[in-house]
Design a protein around this ligand. Structure first.
Ligand code: ZN
Ligand code: ZN
Length: 365
């Protein structure tokens, strides 16, 4: 990855915005800009920050535990703090002629932001809340990123197919989830990109069900939503099926969701609004009288994070751009009966899109 280029681009943007330095705390943003991999153990337990002056040397700020890996992974000068971030920032601000220091207000504890404001008062500098500066850069993926995402999708599908072949009605949701996550790690994934969803019967009516001890059983709806992280990049795929023979009602509903998914995929191209892409699937489902059963957005961006901008929803005001990677995942849910969701990932290309998924398991009933 060309981290230097990314940092230079961001520094140019800071200069345009008259920001003298930006503190980057969001873990995916840190990784995007520098290759630094350690994840935070929650927002209150940071593994580091990038200190990015509009001009001059970018530094990685961290504590003793990560100082070695920080240097190895990023090649950037590392400043270590022992008494927390704020005292070190004070030193850095004193050494440079910073007048306006920005921080990622969408990924900073309120208590930390209060300390930053206090620091600003002491040092007579302005503290500027900034959000989405790096996320904006992450919206479209370059060729290298697109290729890593393709590989992540491919590996995820291989894992799914391997576990799918061994499914039996006597397995519990948890056993299936465990088989999937074990297979992911064995196949070389860093980890699952989110907690694997395996939901059977009425559980599958919960779009984000957690797997439990109940058996997946035969002749009832099953939904598996899974993704992995490979070299930092995420995949995300959902398949809904019935072990055994699906009845006519299931087939009809499943075909409807697939038709909705295809309608949206056909609409994907640059300059089309997210709203319209969402509408295309929604129209198909509403046409069958199930508008209320499709209560979530159609999709989301995928990259270093499994859920990232853009949101593909009826409330989005954004338009698609070539290089974006998004999911198309319509679903319908009926309490007591179950649910069906089908999720594929696509790359927006100059003249349409590239569907990344090749898996066709139970896709066309
Ligand atoms: Zn998913
Ligand atoms: Zn998704």
């Amino acid at each position: 990855m060309d981290y230097r280029h990314r940092l230079e681009k961001l520094q140019a943007r800071l200069r345009r915005k008259k920001i003298d330095a930006l503190l980057v705390s969001q873990p995916d943003n840190r990784r995007y800009l520098s290759g630094y991999t350690p994840a935070d153990h929650g927002i209150a337990e940071s593994t580091g920050h990038l200190f990015i002056p509009a001009r001059g040397t970018v530094r990685l700020l961290t504590d003793f535990r990560y100082q070695t890996i920080a240097g190895l992974e990023t090649g950037l000068p590392v400043s270590t703090y022992s008494k927390g971030l704020i005292p070190l920032l004070k030193e850095l601000v004193s050494e440079t002629s910073i007048q306006r220091l920005a921080f990622e207000s969408h990924y900073t504890l309120h208590s930390t932001s209060l300390k930053l404001v206090e620091l600003g008062e002491q040092k007579k500098i302005k503290i500027v809340p900034a959000s989405g500066l790096v996320e904006k850069m992450r919206l479209t993926k370059n060729e290298q990123e697109r290729d890593l995402i393709r590989q992540s999708v491919r590996l995820n599908e291989r894992v799914f197919q391997q576990v799918y072949r061994e499914l039996t009605p006597a397995m519990s949701e948890i056993e299936v989830a465990l088989a999937i996550e074990t297979a992911m790690r064995r196949a070389g994934a860093e980890k699952a990109s989110f907690e694997t969803i395996v939901a059977a019967g009425p559980n599958s009516a919960l779009p984000h069900a957690s797997p439990g001890t109940q058996l997946i059983g035969g002749n009832r709806p099953v939904t598996i939503d899974m993704g992995l992280v490979l070299a930092g990049y995420c995949s995300d795929m959902t398949r809904s099926f019935v072990l055994g023979r699906p009845d006519e009602e299931y087939r009809r509903r499943h075909r409807l969701v697939r038709k909705a998914q295809k309608a949206s995929i056909a609409a994907v191209r640059p300059d089309v609004s997210m709203k319209y892409v969402d509408h295309c699937a929604r129209k198909v489902i509403a046409g069958a009288g199930y508008a209320k059963a499709f209560g979530h957005a159609l999709g989301h961006g995928v990259g270093l994070a499994v859920h990232e901008a853009p949101r593909v929803s009826s409330r989005s005001r954004q338009k698609l751009k070539a290089g974006m990677v998004i999911t198309i995942e319509p679903g319908i849910y009926f309490p007591g009966w179950g649910g069906i969701r089908l999720e594929n990932m696509v790359i927006v290309t100059e003249d349409g899109c590239e569907v990344l998924n090749r898996d066709t398991t139970s896709l066309d009933l």
